[in-house]
Design a protein around this ligand. Structure first.
Ligand code: CP
Ligand code: NVA
Length: 297
């Protein structure tokens, strides 16, 4: 049985298989007559809708569950919630605050587990990001993506995914907001070219893609004011984009905080691929569910 708690649950060749599946319009009916539990401890627009639609495309029935309904470790243990869901569903996916929750779910090995975002990882987002860049460039190896901002869940999964796909990953973050030693350790295990840049300008210069995410992730709202001050100078604006490669694209997982981490001009500009990227969430989710269910056959 296989799980997707973080991108490095996949080998480099498995990642390529998954990307090929994502680029294919067809949907094998691997979930025909079966359910998929989608548990959300946090809000979602893209992840909920893309995974629900992916499950439908695979012939299955998605059941959306708010975190408080199952109450991980409050109403019932994470393990008992997971065993319960496995009675009804062929796959269980969860958006959680604490990454250890999806790890505990996966450790049971009773049903394939998909991480729909945790404080540490957002693997389905990273798959959609790679799909978007692959469509743009034809292939990923040797290309570079520059991430400007908080070294958060999205950045971490993107780093692992990009390196696993043979890309160069660059990152520029304010002091105190970069990858922690444990992140560096895990990313280094993938191998490849990770560049920790000294400034947004150094990261972006010549890059094939420029990426940013919110400065304040879900659950960090109390730090928003402090973060706004600390991230000054890390906004992706037109002058920063101008340093990237001539055909560079701009990516953002969304939701965007317009004119904070990125200007309207960049978000809505000719280089932006944010809506292709959002649409790719469904293709990535379909590929991930199909791959996991086939892997278990
Ligand atoms: N990018 C992303 O995961 O968006 P949602 O939080 O709306 O699902
Ligand atoms: N880093 C953001 C991503 C939202 C899709 C968060 O965790 O809130």
């Amino acid at each position: 049985m296989r799980h997707l708690t973080e991108i490095d649950d996949l080998s480099a060749s498995e990642l390529q298989e998954l990307l090929a599946l994502g680029a294919t319009a067809g949907a094998p009916p691997v979930l025909a007559g079966q359910g998929a539990a989608l548990i959300f401890e946090k809000p979602s627009a893209r992840t909920r809708n893309s995974t629900e639609m992916a499950v439908v495309q695979l012939g299955g029935h998605p059941v959306y569950i708010q975190g408080q309904e199952v109450g991980f470790d409050t109403r019932e243990s994470v393990e008992d919630v997971t065993r319960t869901m496995a009675c009804f569903h062929a796959v269980v996916a969860a958006r959680v605050f604490d990454h250890s929750v999806v790890e505990r779910m996966a450790a049971l090995d009773v049903v394939p587990i998909v991480n729909l975002l945790s404080d540490q990882a957002h693997p389905l987002q990273a798959l959609a990001d790679l799909l978007t860049m692959q469509t743009e460039y034809g292939s990923l190896a040797g290309r570079s993506v520059a991430y400007v901002g908080d070294a958060n869940n999205v950045a971490r999964s993107l780093a692992i995914a990009a390196l696993l796909a043979g890309m160069e990953f660059r990152i520029a973050s304010p002091d105190g907001y970069g990858f922690r030693p444990a992140d560096h350790h895990r990313i280094a295990a993938v191998g490849g070219s990770l560049v920790v840049a000294t400034s947004p300008e150094a990261a972006v210069t010549g890059a094939d893609a420029v990426y940013t995410d919110t400065w304040t992730s879900m659950g960090q709202e109390a730090e928003a004011e402090q973060r706004r001050r600390d991230f000054a100078g890390f906004q992706v604006d037109e002058s920063l984009m101008a340093l990237a490669a001539t055909n560079a694209i701009f990516l953002h997982c969304l939701p965007a905080h317009r004119n904070e981490e990125v200007t309207d001009g960049v978000l809505d500009g000719a280089q932006s691929r944010i809506w292709v990227q959002a649409a790719n969430r469904m293709h990535a989710a379909r590929a991930a569910f199909a791959w996991l269910l086939r892997a278990g056959e």
